[in-house]
Design a protein around this ligand. Structure first.
Ligand SMILES: [Zn+2]
Length: 143
């Protein structure tokens, strides 16, 4: 992997505001490790915006961890724009998982979910984020 090839842009940093510090640390480390540049698409999300996303079918839960600042969406950034090609997201996930392991932060990648795979989505695992038993949510939520 290339090291220190990429860095977070101003817009990405702004979008990390309000996100849990552990997750921010992982993102900051991952940008140093990744072989694919990425940009932060979204971090903290308002309840209003979540309602809009659920209505549009872009998200399936009102229990999104974006609302509490425990999730972040990363987009592959190629030639000055976001690229949605799936293989790029696997490479970003590789960097995110490595960064998380290094820092001792437990994260879940949306791309590992069996249903509704969410390639850009990462969230802190509930048991390490100080959130007690998933409030009536049987499956892993989605972005
Ligand atoms: Zn998400």
């Amino acid at each position: 992997m290339n090291s220190h090839k990429y860095k977070l842009g101003q817009r990405s940093r702004e979008r990390l505001q309000g996100v849990h510090p552990d997750l921010v640390r992982v993102v900051e480390r991952a940008i140093e490790l990744t072989s694919v540049d990425f940009t932060v698409l979204e971090g903290l999300r308002t309840t209003e915006r979540q309602k809009t996303l659920v209505a549009a079918g872009a998200s399936r839960t009102m229990n999104s961890r974006h609302i509490t600042g425990h999730a972040v969406d990363l987009g592959a950034y190629v030639d000055g724009q976001v690229d949605w090609s799936w293989p790029l997201y696997e490479r970003i996930a590789e960097a995110m998982k490595l960064a998380a392991k290094e820092l001792g932060v437990a994260i879940t990648w949306g791309g590992d979910w069996r249903t509704f795979k969410d390639g850009p989505h990462y969230e802190l695992r509930r048991n390490t984020a100080g959130v007690t038993a998933a409030r009536g949510e049987a499956t892993s939520g989605s972005g």
